[in-house]
Write a protein that binds this ligand. Structure first.
Ligand code: GLA
Length: 475
């Protein structure tokens, strides 16, 4: 797609693509965090011609793997680090991965990956939309690349609680237990949305004064993820730091004491420099910006707000520059194709992966097109996001509309992204001593898959307007 421009590059094309699509390949992180004595669910993401048969060596007592689906389930054992070996096998071959199950106090050791209803269905969302998303996550094979959460955003709640104070659903969601069971039966996880205020942003019931009761209800429903959106809480309080933390600290105690691993996603648009205290209040992630929309101005603005935030991310605690706006989006209006160019969509996905952001697709999965699929099944890019070191890409420099970001990876290599924010195609040379000391000798282009030997510790590349190039560099 992009031209690599350097007389010094010796390129070796990868011809193994056909083979990759048939022999099994295990994707996703090689580490997973869970708390003891709680329901455990992890789908081994693996591509390859079906049927694929799954085995796990060294699985601790209490957990079993379904050999046909690759879903590991059961009750999480006692605190320990369990090193297992995942095996995926089919008629063409096998792949294995050393996989650590870290049972302790931390979950979400790599950013959550999944889907959320908001950017496409807004408040129109229905039970059927959620089931469709779950179906398509499996039928398209997205689940085999690590996409796992199915999250309902605002629009599931009623406007009044039941007489005993329990939160009620509106008529679009007749039975959340049944919906959750449906999602879990597919090896996927189930997320929900609420507000610490009395009302959500959409005007439905929030959790104010019912926080503990709501977490109990979520336990009953089998919830795995809570997006907790400030909304009407700000109306009751003034925007002082103490008050901003208060509702999140308050809800956290019930989440921590619940009998499920619930990913706690703080949504308050970056107020009070949340990245400085999001981890301390129990957040697994925190929104660092206002809402994203599907324009270049929005993606560019949100991205540039992440420049100085890299030190605040760590395994289990992520900056969240909001969900992805790829494919068919729509919010409260009719669904339509996203307004970003293909280069902009690639940059959006590539950079959100570099930023170790939660990756939540916000599109109509039932209408997903081949270009969007090609982006979100690029396992090399996903691997940057899911790397166990958990470093967020650092901003290195900007010159003439070109930005360079770099992300150290757990295998000792470094990922870099070179992006072009200007309105015309640009050729640039990046001197890699700006990234780290020592000399880089090889690179892999994570989009074209070309491997190159580097000379002079530099990369020269041509990047389309609003486009991205990403490389994995080795010394
Ligand atoms: C806020 C959030 C969005 C979405 C809506 C729902 O705007 O930032 O992501 O959850 O509320 O009403």
């Amino acid at each position: 797609m992009h031209k690599i421009f350097s007389a010094f590059w010796l390129t070796i094309s990868i011809s193994a693509f056909a083979q990759e699509t048939t022999t099994p390949k295990i994707h996703g992180a090689d580490v997973y965090g869970a708390k003891p004595n709680r329901p455990f669910l992890y789908k081994i993401p693996a591509t390859g011609a079906k049927p694929v048969e799954y085995t796990v060596l060294g699985l601790p007592q209490g957990l079993t793997v379904d050999k046909n689906t690759g879903v590991i389930s059961g009750v999480t054992p006692a605190k320990n680090n369990y090193t297992t070996r995942l095996i995926a096998k089919n008629n063409f071959g096998a792949d294995t991965l050393t996989f650590d199950i870290k049972v302790g106090d931390e979950i979400s050791l790599t950013p959550a990956m999944g889907w959320n209803s908001w950017n496409v269905f807004g408040l129109r969302v229905t039970d059927k939309d959620i089931r469709n998303a779950a179906d398509v996550m499996v039928s398209t094979g997205l689940i085999d690349h690590g996409w796992g959460y199915i999250n309902i955003d605002d629009g599931w709640e009623s406007e009044e609680r039941k007489p005993d104070g329990e939160i009620a659903t509106n008529s679009k969601f007749p039975d959340l237990t049944a919906l959750s069971d449906y999602i879990h039966s597919k090896g996927l996880k189930f997320g929900i949305y609420s507000s610490p205020g009395s009302r959500t942003c959409g005007g439905f019931l929030g959790s104010l004064n019912h926080e503990e009761q709501d977490i109990k209800t979520y336990e009953k429903w089998g919830v795995d993820y809570l997006k907790y959106d400030l909304c009407s809480y700000t109306v009751r309080t003034f925007l002082v730091k103490k008050n901003l933390q208060k509702p999140y600290i308050f809800m956290n105690q019930f989440i921590q004491n619940s009998n499920r691993d619930i990913v706690y996603s703080l949504c308050q648009y970056g107020l009070g420099k949340v990245w400085k205290w999001g981890k301390a209040v129990g957040g697994n992630s925190w929104r660092t910006t206002g809402d994203i929309v599907d324009t270049w101005a929005s993606v560019n603005r949100l991205l540039n707000k992440q420049k100085r935030l890299s030190t605040f991310a760590s395994p289990g605690h992520w900056n969240d520059p909001d969900m992805l706006v790829l494919g068919i989006v729509g919010w409260n209006n009719d669904s339509r194709k996203c307004r970003l160019t293909e280069a902009e969509q690639q940059l959006h996905f590539g950079m959100w992966s570099m930023l170790a952001s939660p990756l939540l697709l916000g599109c109509d999965l039932t209408k997903i097109d081949s270009f969007t699929m090609s982006l979100i099944t690029n396992d090399d890019i996903i691997a940057l996001n899911q790397d166990r070191l958990g470093k967020q890409a650092a901003f290195i420099y900007e010159k003439d509309g070109i930005q360079v970001w770099s992300k150290p990876l757990s295998d000792g290599t470094t990922a870099i992204a070179i992006i072009n924010l200007s309105a015309k195609e640009k050729t640039t040379t990046v001197k890699l001593d700006k990234i780290s000391s020592g000399t880089f000798t090889t690179s892999k282009n994570l989009w074209s898959k070309q491997i190159a030997y580097l000379k002079d510790n530099s990369i020269t590349a041509t990047i389309p307007t609003h486009g991205i190039l990403q490389f994995k560099l080795a010394k």
